[in-house]
Design a protein. Structure first.
Length: 277
């Protein structure tokens, strides 16, 4: 009898987080969704449950607050008593990319509290729960011919950005994402020996409500501004990615099919970072 898998997804009300939740639900994984946006998050959980026939619960959570993260992880156990996967998608970004004079200390601290400190706390408490769990057998097909893959306790994927690998400006966001790469690598080192894998996806330019809000029609496919954008000229695929395309990668990094991946920073940017930088 197969174990009912449970995934925790932060930042799940929209964008990449919601796309990840939908993708995992399509794999019949039960979900515990969190976001600071209560109405959108609750609606996302209801929609996903009805569409995919899985259990999906929502908890309004501010990942800048340690006590709320602790409660989030504790309540995620209400489904099965386990936490098999965690996708940390919550994040914020400023709209000013080309200078840092206008970035205030308060804003820098707010970005840090969510993108860096919040990510670290999520990883820390998710891993603490996974450490308490009995390892689960790894299942994928075709099976290895001679040797079995050791069981694992869980998998965590942190959503960073190519801004964690290269500077695109963004005086608060870029440092927060560079720090997130170190959090991910430390997580892989700390928890890998106990059967918990920690990896990161590094999306490039992606169509989401956040990019549309910050960039306007430049981030909306089909508009004149998007079609003549200089950003697309720097991407080998000549387009922004979709949230669903990012979700496919994150789903893979959480799945048993990536059972030997740990500490990886996987770029998914249509051919931008590795070609022009």
């Amino acid at each position: 009898m197969k174990h009912e898998l449970v995934a925790l997804v932060t930042g799940a009300a929209n964008g990449i987080g919601k796309a990840v939740a939908r993708k995992l639900a399509s794999r019949k994984i039960s979900l515990f969704l969190t976001d600071i946006n209560k109405e959108q998050g609750a609606n996302a959980a209801k929609e996903i449950s009805q569409t995919y026939g899985v259990r999906a619960e929502f908890l309004c959570t501010d990942v800048s607050k340690e006590t709320e993260i602790q409660r989030m992880v504790a309540e995620s156990l209400s489904l099965t008593g386990r936490l098999d996967y965690a996708a940390n998608c919550a994040g914020i970004c400023e709209t000013v990319a080309t200078e840092e004079r206008s970035i205030t200390t308060d804003w820098f601290d707010k970005v840090y509290s969510i993108n860096t400190r919040g990510l670290w706390l999520c990883q820390k408490y998710e891993a603490e729960q996974m450490l308490r769990q009995t390892p689960r057998p790894i299942d994928f097909s075709p099976r290895p011919e001679k040797h079995s893959v050791p069981p694992q306790r869980g998998a965590i994927t942190n959503v960073i950005s190519i801004s964690g690998l290269v500077s695109l400006g963004l005086a608060a966001y870029t440092p927060s994402k560079h720090a997130a790469t170190g959090i991910t690598k430390n997580g892989a080192k700390f928890y890998g020996p106990s059967g918990i894998r920690v990896n990161a996806s590094c999306p490039g330019w992606t169509v989401t409500p956040m990019t549309e809000r910050h960039m306007g029609n430049i981030a909306v496919p089909g508009t004149p501004e998007y079609d003549r954008s200089s950003i697309n000229e720097k991407i080998a695929c000549r387009r922004f990615g979709l949230a669903e395309e990012q979700a496919n990668l994150i789903s893979f990094l959480l799945s048993d099919e990536s059972s030997y991946m740990n500490g990886a920073l996987v770029v998914n940017d249509g051919g931008y970072y590795n070609i022009d930088n």
